[in-house]
Design a binder for this molecule. Sequence first.
Ligand code: ATP
Ligand code: LTN
Length: 336
Amino acid sequence: MAEEKKKILYSGMQATGDLTIGNYLGALRNWMTLNEEYECFFGVMDLHSLTVRQNPAEFRQRARNLFALYVAAGLDPEKNCIYFQSHVSTHAQLSWILSCYTYMGELNRMTQFKDKSSKHADNINAGLYTYPVLMASDILLFQADVVPVGKDQLQHLEITRDIAQRFNGIYGDVFTIPEPYTGKIGARVMSLQDPTKKMSKSDENTNASVYLMDDADTIRRKFKRAVTDSDAEVRYDVVNKPGVSNLIDIYSATCGKDIKDVEKEFEGRGYGDFKMAVGDAVANMLTPMQERYEEIRKDKEYLDRVIRANDEKAFYFSNKTLRKVKKKVGLTEEIR
Ligand code: ATP
Ligand code: LTN
C-alpha cells in the first residue's frame, strides 16, 4: 500500500541578528519536535530581513550562519527542505499578486508594523508595511497545513488565512488554509532586562538576551544580572513578578519541568541559587548545539551542496502553486 502522504509544515526566521533562546524555545525547538510527523520546509527569510537596513557583508554571513544553525539544531537538510527565501523567485512573484488581494485596512492593524515603525522611525519603508503579504506568500506557496511560530506572529497567520480564504472564495480551492502552532511553554520568552518586553535578537542591550552562541560563563552572568523583584520568593505570578516568572518559564521549558515543580524545587531558597540553576540548565542545553554548529559552518562544500539541492526543491514545489495562481487570475501563459 502506498505510504500515507504527510501533511506540510512551513516556517522560517529572519536573518536580522544572532538567535536568542527566545527564538530557540519559541520556534526552532518546536520545529524539531514536529519534524518527523510532517513534510517540512524551513526558510532563511532574508527578503524579510531587508525591511530593516543591513550591513551587506555582515548580512551575507549572518544568513549563512542561520542556515547552519538550523542544521546544528538538529534539522537534517536531506530530510527537510531548508533554503534561502531570496534564492527562490516564486516568493516575490506571489507576493506581488497577493498584495492586490490584501486591503490596506488589514495591514494597518498589524502590531508588528506599528512596533517596528516606532523603533525605526527614520526608515518606515513600504516593505515593512507589506511584510505580512510576503509572509502569506511564503506559507501559501507551499500549501502548508501547519505553521509553528511564536505568539508574536499569530496576527500574521490570521491575515494569511484571510488572504487565502478571500482568494479561494474568488477562484476555487487554490490554497490550503494553514493552522498556526505555538508550543505551550517557551512561546514568549521575555527580555532579561525588561521582562515586560519580549526577548528579541535585535535588542541593543546584549544583556537583555541570551544568544545561542553565548559561552557558558556569559550565560550564567546574564542570568545572574536578570531583573527580578525584591521579595526573594520563587513564585509564578506574571503580573506582579514578571522577571521571576520569565525565569521560571525559561527553566521549565529548558528542563521540561512543571511550573509548580519548579516553585517547589526552589522553595525557601533565594534568587541567587535559582538564577544559577537557570544559567546552568540553559548552558547545558546549548553546548552540544554550539559544537555541532562550529563543525558544520566550517564545511563549505557540504553547505553549498545542501543549499543548492534544497533551493531547487523549494523552487520546484512552490512553482506548482505559482503557476496555478497565475492561470487562475488570468495572466497569459509563458511560451517556451
Ligand atoms: P527581531 O528582533 O529582528 O524582530 P525576533 O527575535 O523577534 O527578531 P524573528 O525572526 O522575528 O525574531 O522570529 C523568529 C521566530 O522566533 C518566530 O517564530 C518568533 O515568533 C519566535 N520568537 C522570537 N522571539 C521570541 C521570544 N522572545 N519568545 C518566543 N518566541 C520568539
Ligand atoms: N515573520 C516571521 C518570519 C517569517 C515566517 C514566514 C515564519 C517569514 N515568513 C513564514 C513562518 C512562516 C518572524 O518570525 N518574524
